[in-house]
Ligand binder design. Structure first.
Ligand SMILES: O=c1ccn([C@@H]2O[C@H](COP(=O)(O)OP(=O)(O)O[C@H]3O[C@H](CO)[C@@H](O)[C@H](O)[C@H]3O)[C@@H](O)[C@H]2O)c(=O)[nH]1
Ligand SMILES: [Mn+2]
Length: 852
């Protein structure tokens, strides 16, 4: 066993990894008993979660579906009676009203069912990384990191991600990290070069002391910042070398890290200066000569670290090396900087295009059978993550997952640093990751979500999984078809190697690099199947969902693994505007998939029915916004009607009067639906381990985004379908997880972004919905003081209950609009109420004035 592995196994002292409540962690007690039991050590043990909770959960879902059926039966009968009893003139109006309102309710019910059913068969995964003790069995792995804009994606964070990958616990000779720079920015390249330089010290240091996590920024600054990342090795739990030696080494390495940081800062300053100069010159030709622009530049493939040999290479005590590495393997994984060619005449297909360029370039350089995909802000947080992923992919003699060969990808949950503790905008997405993805793992596998995902290379080449291959699992050699893959012979050779697992290449490195550069040219894909049947899928801004879908429809499965500590961690937008733009992009991308050949309804029989339901759900959910916004603006209608009654707008008021009076049956149905909704939610949190608070935050943010971002997405996609207007990929700004949560001025510190109010048109419908419902509550309150009390009238009481329901959902949005004032919460809310009250009061006064 090479020293790296030996050190790594003792590198996760329990106290340094906070106990996670994730129920599906690697270190579950079950896997330990299994270890003790004997030699049959499967790499992954999968057990269906089959507790009383999950049974009750299923039962409640079916009860609720039954209630829905009865409810709609009753509702339709009522509507039919109401329509037929209207006079001829009102008939059409009534029919329209009832059709629309029942269609809305049916849609909500349908979406709820689509959402719940795929979660009913969750599984638990126990991964035994230690059972992979023979490093010679580990397959090679290529790691793809994508960056697109050094101004929105701090180069220091990218450098740290690269360092965390290079230092991950995997045989150095078997890992090659590829960094894609979509902007062709000198700054990004310079920063990655800095990372490569520092890696020579950082990687052996991490191995020697088994530090966690292996992202230097997080490692050095954890503990000081406190929060959820306080994981600095405590003396008592340190199991590596002598404690004083760690302290000494750490100090030295830290000094070097600070130097690297300063150099990257200097690069950044120089870059900013250069950009200012360029702007003043404003000469396109100068730009081109200096290396092009973000959207128009030449392709570059630059090997920064050559991949290491296969035997360990021990370091020395040489003073210049700073720390004693005499018993540490100092080899480094390979590191390659790739900037694909871009030109104005060619669509670059955003991230999907970048990933496909990497897929080809890596094929002629390292051609590893497995590919790990990380966004530039997602670093390796658990050094065992790469090994854990491989456990799902390979079979071991005498054990291993039965269907290992059928797994196209292993998706790890996205976990985030720097999210405000209250998680106001549900950035953690716990319901999606810990319930939906986990549930899908028990069906055909989780949906691919763009980062933290380990792929099998051949699955990206558009072949069927072994189970669906005709000739006893083999792939025909002519599968490497130049009409599909493009004309590069070295690349086609690499595809044949990947498909048939036969060594055939004898390449010369110089040529390989030239070939790789040719493979990242912008015209390589012209007339091929790239982006369609091969590689990452084009035509949608959520290339991830579409790419995973194409694999599932071919019959591949995928796996989900929530490791503890988290395998990878990244950053998320905590500013309302950024967050809304992010979910707007996701929603638009989803609809793009719905209106493409990758519609889930068109997939063949290899797609599991519940998998189909899940994909249908993820591609149609934005339509909910159309109904939801109508419901949320409902209360505005009587207000407007009253306000404009004098103007003769009685028709509107007449419409609203058609709504069903709250008969006892109606109230009973509503109550049953609410109670079962709550019961399902509680049971879901019980089996998944998320908290009710997290569930509720998801519900709230669902309404916030459905009234804003989803609506915009529907409009955008309508424009695309009707007029061919492309949807842009608005990059999410990343921020470094800062060292100190409290800024120097002692104000907002780390979460300053949260209080930054940046107006966007996306907010308009939600703001109107919020105002309408607050005003409606105020109006009810007013009329109660004026005449009879509102709670005497059941119809009015129901209406107010609905208003309150909307307002509590939109509460985080209200906080977002308040900015810094949201910190001094209650007085402002009070003010908010008073303002609404006065507004309504004013309307009434006007009316009295009018009628008098
Ligand atoms: O033209 C582009 C645009 C983006 N990217 C990269 O794509 C990644 C994701 O972009 P980001 O703005 O961070 O998107 P998020 O909303 O945070 O990302 C989620 O959703 C995206 C789909 O909408 C997926 O691509 C992401 O992997 C997934 O993490 C980043 O590494 C970018 O550098 C490129 O390489 N080229
Ligand atoms: Mn991201």
């Amino acid at each position: 066993m090479p020293p790296s592995a030996g050190l790594a196994t003792e590198s996760l002292p329990a106290a340094t990894c906070p106990a996670k409540k994730d129920a599906y962690a690697a270190a579950s007690p079950e896997s330990e008993t299994k270890l003790a039991a004997g030699d049959e050590r499967p790499l992954v043990r999968t057990t269906r979660i089959s507790t009383t909770t999950i049974k009750l959960y299923r039962l409640t879902i079916f009860v609720r579906i039954a209630i829905f059926v009865l409810f709609f039966k009753w509702r339709i009968t009522y509507a039919a009676r109401a329509i037929s009893s209207t006079d001829a003139g009102g008939m059409n109006k009534a029919a329209t009203f009832w059709t629309v309102s029942i269609a809305g309710e049916l849609w909500f019910a349908f979406m709820w069912v689509l959402d719940q059913l795929p979660k009913t068969m969750p599984v638990r995964r126990a991964v035994d990384v230690a059972a992979l003790d023979d490093d010679s069995l580990l397959p090679a792995m290529d790691v793809f990191v994508t960056t697109a804009d050094p101004n929105k994606e701090p180069p220091l964070a990218t450098a740290n991600t690269v360092l965390s990958i290079l230092a991950a616990d995997y045989p150095a000779g078997k890992v090659t990290c590829y960094v894609s720079d979509d902007a062709g920015a000198e700054l990004t390249r310079g920063s990655v070069v800095e990372a490569a330089r520092f890696a020579a010290l950082w990687v052996p240091f991490s191995r020697k002391h088994g530090v966690e996590p292996r992202n230097p920024e997080v490692y050095f600054n954890a503990g000081e910042g406190g929060g959820d990342k306080a994981r600095v090795v405590a003396r008592g739990s340190y199991k590596g070398r002598a404690w004083p030696e760690l302290v000494r080494d750490r100090r030295r390495v830290r000094r070097e890290y600070e130097e690297m940081r300063l150099r990257i800062d200097a690069l950044q300053a120089a870059d900013a200066h250069r950009r200012r100069r360029r702007l003043s010159l404003d000469d396109a030709r100068t730009l081109r000569r200096r290396g092009g622009t973000a959207d128009d530049h030449a392709g570059v493939v630059h090997v920064l670290i050559d991949s290491a040999g296969s035997s360990p290479q021990l370091g020395d005590v040489d003073g210049s090396k700073l720390i004693d590495l005499t018993s540490v393997d100092v080899r480094l994984p390979g590191l390659v900087y790739v900037c694909r060619e871009k030109s104005h005449g060619h669509a670059h297909h955003r991230k999907a295009g970048a990933m496909n360029a990497l897929l080809r370039a890596s094929a002629v350089l390292s051609n590893a059978p497995f590919i790990l995909n990380l966004d530039c802000d997602h670093y390796v947080n658990n050094s065992q993550a790469l090994r854990a992923g491989i456990c799902f992919m390979i079979k071991r003699s005498g054990g291993g997952a039965n269907d290992a060969g059928e797994v196209a990808f292993v998706q790890f949950p996205q976990r985030f640093d720097g999210v405000d503790p209250g998680d106001r905008y549900a950035n953690h997405n716990r319901v999606f990751f810990d319930c939906t993805e986990l549930g899908l793992d028990g069906v055909q596998g989780p949906i691919y979500v763009g980062t933290g995902c380990l792929f099998r290379r051949v699955a990206l080449y558009g072949v069927d999984p072994p189970r669906w291959r005709p000739l006893g699992g083999g792939v025909a050699v002519d599968a490497a078809d130049p009409a599909k893959f493009g004309e590069s012979e070295p690349f086609l050779a690499s595809v044949r190697v990947a498909l048939n697992k036969q060594p055939e290449q004898s390449h010369d490195d110089g040529d390989a690099i030239a070939e790789a550069s040719a493979l990242v040219s912008c015209s390589y894909e012209d007339g091929t199947a790239w982006g369609r049947d091969i590689g990452w899928v084009y035509g949608t801004v959520t290339e991830d969902v579409a790419t995973g879908f194409c694999m599932h429809r071919r019959g591949w499965r995928s796996a989900y693994y929530a490791a503890a500590p988290d395998a990878f961690r990244g950053t998320a937008p905590i500013n309302l505007t950024d967050r809304l733009h992010q979910v707007r992009r996701w929603a638009a991308g989803s609809l793009e998939i719905f209106f493409s050949r990758n519609n889930a309804l068109l997939a063949g029989r290899r797609l599991h029915p519940l998998q189909r339901a899940a994909y249908l759900n993820t591609t149609v959910y934005p339509f909910t916004s159309l109904f939801l916004i109508a419901y949320c603006l409902f209360p505005a209608i009587p207000l407007i009607a009253t306000a404009t009654a004098a103007a003769g707008w009685n028709a509107v008021a007449g419409l609203i009067a058609m709504d069903m009076p709250p008969t006892p049956t109606y109230v009973a149905f509503l109550a049953a639906l609410m109670v079962t909704l709550a019961a399902v939610a509680v049971l879901e949190t019980r089996w998944s381990g998320i908290t009710l608070g997290e569930w509720w935050r998801n519900e709230q943010f669902w309404m916030v985004s459905a009234t804003s971002a989803y609506l915009a997405a529907v409009a955008q996609v309508a424009l695309k379908v009707a007029a061919g207007k492309e949807i842009s990929f608005k990059l999410t700004s990343k921020h470094l997880a800062p060292a100190n949560p409290v800024a120097a001025d002692g104000k907002d510190g780390q979460y300053a972004e949260l209080y930054d109010v940046r107006w966007t048109v996306l907010m308009a419908p939600t703001a109107v919905a919020l105002a309408a419902n607050v005003a409606s509550i105020a109006a009810a309150w007013m009329s109660s003081t004026a005449g009879g009390r509102w709670w005497d009238a059941p119809a009015a009481a129901l209406r107010v209950a609905f208003n309150v329901w909307v307002v509590v959902h939109l509460y985080p949005f209200a906080l977002g609009l308040m900015g810094r004032r949201s910190k001094a919460l209650s007085p402002v809310l009070f003010l908010f109420g008073v303002v609404a009250y006065l507004a309504v009061r004013f309307v009434y006064l006007m009316l009295q004035f009018h009628t008098a």
